[in-house]
Design a protein around this ligand. Structure first.
Ligand SMILES: [Zn+2]
Length: 48
């Protein structure tokens, strides 16, 4: 996945925390959180 822009540590897809926001009716958003510093790395929009 790359490096965290906040703590500069390597973040792999296996380590990264994800949180899903939304009910699914309008569209869900996945939030990626750094496992080291818990900053939000980004969002991925899951729309139909
Ligand atoms: Zn970080």
């Amino acid at each position: 996945m790359g490096n965290c822009p906040y703590c500069k540590q390597k973040v792999s897809l296996k380590e990264v925390k994800t949180e899903t926001i939304g009910t699914g009716f309008i569209g869900q958003e996945k939030m990626y959180i750094c496992p080291h510093c818990e900053n939000i790395l980004g969002f991925s929009n899951r729309q139909r």
